[in-house]
Design a protein around this ligand. Structure first.
Ligand code: MBD
Ligand code: FE
Length: 283
């Protein structure tokens, strides 16, 4: 009589909130008084303008208040911010970066994923892991084309049901997460499975916003990556699958044309394979 715990918005939200709190604590006090004054004043002024322009009612003001309270209760501030704001923060942060395009990190990164042996490496997965096998390979170079043999490729992804380990129940701790060092020529090869599209939890505050606004709640299937090498800027990015659902309509607005993969069937084998090269800009 095994009781299967269901994935809930509150549980994954609590995990994402706790993960953020422990990781970023030292950075949260670092915004100067002048910046806080400028940014918060402008944010509030924009809100005042919206209230006047749309003649906000007390019923709507109360709905906003109870929704904001619920975002915190469900632990969904990381999810809300990363889905609806982070893409613009990333755009500004990487405006003048050369090389591979970045995109948002999202709420489900966990640092220090185990280093994976072997070439090809294989992401940790269950014996019966569902999904189309995918061989993901490529090379890490500098902008001038020089291979970077000291580079590391960190990868994390959802499973075939759209769930991330450490944020959904009943998954092995490091399932579909790993750190892969490149070889002496900057190349890497990683066996994994194709992830499924990701649905924002429907039973939390973000889900009710999505329903109330009549939006869809999906991100296209994606691989998350952090690629780094000593002396170079770490790039945080995601890769998508051409023709996949929601590639043209990501709720998190995080797809860029340069980040779309074209996997091909493995000749005489099973599954698909794809090559994607990463280009790092100098630190
Ligand atoms: C995800 O998997 C994700 O990558 C982002 C950015 C937001 C929510 C879920
Ligand atoms: Fe994701």
């Amino acid at each position: 009589d095994i009781i299967t715990e269901q994935a809930t918005a509150a549980a994954s939200g609590a995990a994402a909130t706790e993960r953020f709190r422990t990781r970023r604590r030292e950075e949260t006090a670092a915004v100067g008084t002048g910046r806080v004054d400028t940014l918060v004043t402008e944010l509030l002024t924009a809100a005042h303008d919206i209230i006047r322009r749309h003649q906000l009612t007390y019923a709507e003001y109360d709905a906003l208040k109870s929704w904001l309270i619920r975002v915190g209760k469900d632990g969904e501030w990381p999810l809300f911010l990363d889905v609806w704001l982070e893409h613009v923060v990333e755009e500004v942060a990487n405006e003048s970066r050369e090389g591979t395009k970045g995109t948002i990190e999202g709420p489900y990164y966990v640092p220090d994923a185990p280093e994976l042996p072997g070439d090809p490496a294989t992401l940790p997965m269950r014996e019966d892991e569902a999904g189309t096998p995918l061989l993901f390979q490529g090379q890490v170079t500098a902008v001038d084309g020089r291979p970077l043999p000291d580079a590391t490729v960190e990868i994390w992804q959802a499973d075939d049901e759209g769930y991330y380990s450490q944020f959904a129940p009943n998954l092995p701790e490091w399932n579909l997460r790993g750190t892969v060092p490149v070889d002496a020529t900057g190349h890497f090869r990683i066996h994994t499975i194709q992830p499924a599209p990701y649905q924002i939890p429907t039973d939390g505050a973000c889900g009710s916003l999505i329903r109330a606004a009549g939006w869809h709640s999906w991100r296209p299937a994606h691989l998350h990556l952090k690629v780094s090498a000593p002396g170079y800027q770490l790039i945080t990015t995601q890769l998508y699958f051409r023709g996949g659902e929601y590639v043209g309509d990501d709720i998190a607005s995080a797809v860029k044309p340069e980040l779309i993969l074209d996997p091909t069937p493995v000749a005489g084998g099973t599954g698909r394979e794809v090559t994607y090269d990463f280009v790092l800009d100098r630190a």
